[in-house]
Write a protein that binds this ligand. Structure first.
Ligand SMILES: [Fe+2]
Ligand SMILES: [Fe+2]
Length: 374
């Protein structure tokens, strides 16, 4: 951004040809305005500044733009390539022509029967540890039920937050704006997902262990005030992770049919969201500085770690009657992280690799905090 520049053009006023004093934002940063306005005293240079892209005029959004400026002023374009536009148009069409309604897609009346499982052992925190072999069949089943409830709850909560961000992002876009149209479809789908996750939790009589007060506040601040690029990046990471998690359940032939169909519906619709977010993210991730690559990489890993913390809970070990649940949780967490990295984080790793987010600082952090070789 080069700063405010005067216009090089002139306009006719009642007193003759006068230079303009107006300036405006353009897609290439703040550039001289090419527009003029009439006043009650005739055509006069304006003393106000205008924003021609998504820089809204309310106090709230001005506050947001102040916060996001240091993060988004680099390499920022507002246009999508023709290929990406066509892709997004196609995604909108599919969403309209082939809607998947949880009401009819998921067999809600099917009950859990013997032989069904709530969660494949690949994703159960204690499976693979010696303690798992000491559990009764009931304890194993309950462990899986409580842990899948945590995953459903985590998606429900984080999708609600992402809806707050999407509303913020489209609020000042034109009604016919392509991204606005797509995000309205995504919002519709995300609301349906949240309802579906809630219903699934109800169906399996889940009692989610909620995020802490601090995490709630942090989530709210993130959705309302953090830069668009930050939100898109972290949303994509969560969608990629959730996609792989759901895939494990979807592919498990003995998975409880309600959960299998929930995962299938979610995977199909999230695939479209992922394609859109990847297209939009190009504007933020091309030619990133070392600082920004490090910044994104660290926040993506914190986000993944945050989800792992929601899934593996001391309270669950307490509920299934294990002695010393805190010690069990300490032993289980590292083990779970290794499994999780193997089953659910491949695509997240590729995402971070694509914008060169692994370097001498971030590599040890990924290894230390996520038990991942990157
Ligand atoms: Fe979703
Ligand atoms: Fe999504």
């Amino acid at each position: 951004m080069e700063g405010l520049k005067p216009s090089k053009r002139y306009s006719y006023t009642t007193e003759g040809l006068k230079p303009s004093k107006r300036y405006s934002y353009t897609t290439e940063g703040l550039k001289p305005s090419k527009r003029y306005s009439y006043t009650t005293e005739g055509l006069k240079p304006s003393k106000r500044y205008t924003t021609e892209i998504n820089f809204p005029t309310t106090i709230h959004t001005h506050f947001v733009s102040i916060i996001k400026t240091p993060f988004t002023s680099y390499n920022m374009t507002t246009t999508l390539s023709t290929t990406d536009k066509l892709l997004i148009e196609r995604l909108i069409r599919i969403s309209k022509e082939k809607p998947l309604l949880p009401e009819t897609f998921v067999p809600w009346t099917t009950d859990f029967v013997e032989g069904n499982i709530y969660l494949p052992e690949k994703l159960v925190s204690l499976a693979g540890l010696p303690i798992y072999e000491t559990l009764t069949a009931w304890q194993k089943q309950e462990l899986a039920r409580h842990e899948v409830v945590q995953a459903l709850y985590a998606y429900c909560w984080s999708e609600g937050l992402f809806c707050v961000f999407m509303n913020r992002y489209i609020l000042n876009r034109d009604p016919q704006d392509l991204e606005r149209q797509f995000l309205i479809r995504e919002l519709i789908e995300e609301f349906r997902h949240q309802e579906m996750f809630g219903q699934a939790i109800d169906k399996i009589k889940g009692e989610p262990i909620r995020v802490s007060w601090f995490q709630r506040v942090l989530g709210n601040i993130t959705a309302k005030f953090m830069p668009d690029a930050f939100l898109f990046m972290n949303c994509l990471a969560v969608e990629l992770m959730a996609d792989q998690y759901g895939e494990v359940i979807r592919k498990e032939p003995n998975a409880y049919p309600v959960l299998r169909k929930v995962s299938q519906l979610h995977n199909i619709e999230e695939a479209r969201h992922i394609l859109y977010t990847q297209a939009v993210l190009k504007r933020y991730t091309t030619g990133l500085s070392l600082f920004m690559r490090t910044y994104y990489s660290i926040f993506v890993l914190i986000n993944m770690r945050f989800f792992q913390n929601i899934y593996v809970r001391t309270e669950i070990y307490e509920r299934i009657g294990l002695a010393n649940p805190k010690a069990v949780r300490r032993a289980a967490f590292g083990h779970y992280q290794e499994k999780f990295a193997k089953e659910c984080l491949d695509t997240v790793k590729s995402l971070v690799g694509e914008f060169n987010g692994f370097n001498a600082l971030t590599r040890p952090l990924w290894k230390w905090l996520l038990k991942m070789e990157v």
